[in-house]
Write a protein that binds this ligand. Structure first.
Ligand code: SF4
Length: 278
């Protein structure tokens, strides 16, 4: 069996940066130290950080001192104001790519555009983008959700959740362009996601089966898995190597392995070792 391991899968720049920031905060910042939501969608890594003294909380309710770490997805301006009001030290690990998307959303709101956010409705990154863009904002997950009556003859701006697929943005752009009076599109997708997706697709085309590793609640991993599934029906999304089943790889001469942005790269190696033992 030939095993193809992704070179671009696993921790992206923003996640690695956030983990470094959290580990530094564990030794440098006043306690108790909390992350607002799990720092990444990976239970093992969250446990490890908890052992170092950094644990997740759902919200700031009842927290009156110490440090709060903002994770890669970013938060709404209201949450930052709330943390300041409680006297908390804020350590901002928002990914710089997400920050750019937030700035573009604010700009579109300030300039009076009807802002369309292309992304998942309840995703924390999208929630923060909406808060930055202001009231004239519509969230769509894909072009089919768009109500064309709302955009006809209007000044429309677009900001994209960083982990979206290119095809989704292309479809939305081509539907909007003929309908709007003015259209300003900020492609705020991040390179890391795009490169990882492109490589995964290329590997999936060469493989008879694909393993995608990462949290099931990770938007990034789920999208990676969906894309691979489109070119290789034998694509398996797992959170942990222990979920792998020998039957999935029957007759497979080549297997590709990739991982979402919140997955430690060692997990791809572990999957390769498991396959090698088959
Ligand atoms: S996937 Fe991109 S935007 Fe998201 S944390 Fe990683 S580098 Fe940042």
């Amino acid at each position: 069996m030939k095993i193809l391991i992704s070179q671009r899968g696993g921790y992206c720049y923003g996640v690695q940066r956030a983990l470094d920031i959290a580990h530094r905060a564990a030794s440098d910042s006043p306690g108790p130290i909390k992350t607002l939501g799990p720092i990444i969608h990976n239970p093992g890594v969250v446990r490890e950080l908890a052992e170092a003294g950094v644990s997740p909380v759902e919200d700031l309710e009842g927290i009156t001192g110490g440090t709060v770490i903002l994770r890669t997805h970013g938060v709404t301006p209201e949450v930052i104001a709330d943390a300041k009001g409680r006297g908390l030290a804020i350590v901002d690990a928002t990914c710089p790519y997400v920050k750019v998307a937030q700035e573009k959303a604010s700009f579109l709101g300030e300039q009076g555009y009807l802002t369309i956010i292309l992304g998942e409705h309840e995703h924390p990154e999208v929630v923060a983008l909406v808060a930055n863009a202001g009231k004239k904002t519509v969230v769509v997950e894909n072009v089919d959700e768009l109500d064309m009556d709302k955009v006809h003859g209007k000044r429309v701006g677009v900001v994209v959740q960083t982990t979206q697929a290119t095809a989704n943005l292309a479809a939305l752009s081509s539907r909007l362009a003929p309908a709007c009076r003015e259209l300003l599109i900020y492609n705020t997708m991040c390179n890391a996601t795009q490169k990882c997706q492109d490589e995964a697709l290329s590997l999936a085309r060469q493989a008879d089966a694909v393993i995608v590793i990462g949290g099931r609640n990770s938007a990034n991993t789920t999208r990676l898995s969906q894309l691979c599934l489109e070119v290789q029906p034998r694509t398996y999304h797992i959170e942990d190597v222990s979920e792998l089943e020998p039957g999935w790889f029957e007759g497979a001469a080549t297997v590709a392995i990739t991982a979402g942005a919140s997955t430690p790269p060692e997990q791809m190696e572990a999957a390769a070792e498991w396959l090698a033992k088959l």
